[in-house]
Ligand binder design. Sequence first.
Ligand SMILES: Cc1cc2nc3c(=O)[nH]c(=O)nc-3n(C[C@H](O)[C@H](O)[C@H](O)COP(=O)(O)OP(=O)(O)OC[C@H]3O[C@@H](n4cnc5c(N)ncnc54)[C@H](O)[C@@H]3O)c2cc1C
Length: 430
Amino acid sequence: MEPITVIGGGLAGCEAAARIAAAGLPCRLLEMKPHRFSPAHQSEQLAELVCSNSFKSESLTNAHGLLKAEMKLLGSLVLAMAEETRVPAGSALAVDRERFADHMTHAVEQLPGVEIVREEAASIPAAGIVIVATGPLTSAALAQAVRELCHREALSFYDAIAPIVTAESIDQSIAFRASRYDQGGGDYLNCPMTREEYERFYQALLAGRKVPLREFEAPNYFEGCLPIEVMAERGPETLAFGPMKPVGLTDPRTGQRPYAVVQLRQDDLAGTLYSLVGFQTRLAYPEQERIFRMIPGLAHAEFVRLGSVHRNTFIHSPSLLHPDLSLRSDPRLFFAGQITGVEGYLESAAAGIIAGINAGRRALGREPLVLPATTLIGALVRYVTTQREGPFSPMAANFGILDPLAGPGPKHQRKPKLVERSLAHLRSLI
Ligand SMILES: Cc1cc2nc3c(=O)[nH]c(=O)nc-3n(C[C@H](O)[C@H](O)[C@H](O)COP(=O)(O)OP(=O)(O)OC[C@H]3O[C@@H](n4cnc5c(N)ncnc54)[C@H](O)[C@@H]3O)c2cc1C
């Protein structure tokens, strides 16, 4: 049988190769290192962790804990090797990054039927089943090939992400539902500000600590998605005339037009998540929580994703991918890892597991595995492959993307119930 080609020996590519081997199928894993390195990769080994050595929390009260539990049920190689190379890190799973990459490389070398080929894929093979798992720093030649395969606008090289909060944490006695000039119904939640509130907020934005740029991250922002603090630096009224303009909006509590407004747009079909429109930012994470909770209506906001601006190659999966992670226009091609629009080490690895399983199933003529959105992996895949209004930006694991529980219940029981439901569903499917 023709081997399945996996391009990219990172976290996603290694997981995909392991699933293909587990299905008893041959696999050809192409990795461009050591002939070519991305600006962030340095080691010759597979599955290199380019930044933090942490896979985040193991606690089941945390979405990353649930993600790990699900990945273990699916046979994750990354988690098995992380276990072998872990270092003390409290409730988090952290690893000795060099030992981790050594163990991963060795484990992939030992996988039956997997051939590791150290070369750059400059194009996508014209035949056979292929998984593209080349990550956020995909080589230029392959990025060009992906761009031609999709369509021009469907590949992003920069990620300008605005924070997302849960709907239930927005104080809707303050935030009011309306669209500007009453066009399009009450699609937005609007957080109104007085002049004093705006000025305090503006000063906090200017003073807030920002994440420094990396060497390979030139700050060539598009005018359409400037970080909020960069806009603030242009003058005290830039925001009030830009993303926070109050025109066409009347606060029903006062009957007046507010001085400024922060608009929140529904971010998922279920209406459980809302993103802060125009609030892409490089503010440090704790600063974002502190400063954005100054916005009236968001004092108790639960952030499921914080803003960031960084280099990231990812495709517009909502319009391009099937829920099994294959390309709609050419289903022999699968995408996996960060390039699909999931965000984070384990999220990328999890997408690798799903793409690997489904590439194997495709080769064997079997139905694909599409996990329900009651599981975190299913919810992540659904998030990135579902058509939506507004811009698409990457998503990390969080409880907010899961299907909500049926019926009301005490808040403190919500997460344990979501976890129990997820693991029960997953166990019943595998
Ligand atoms: C600078 C940076 C820091 C990050 N820090 C973190 C962090 O601290 N925590 C976190 O959770 N997430 C972080 N991420 C996000 C993301 O989780 C990681 O990038 C993760 O490694 C993505 O996994 P992946 O398998 O999709 O890609 P990668 O792990 O990057 O693997 C892709 C592999 O493909 C290879 N490759 C690329 N192009 C080709 C080609 N044409 N032919 C053959 N091989 C190719 C690369 O050499 C690489 O080995 C970071 C991302 C970046 C860019």
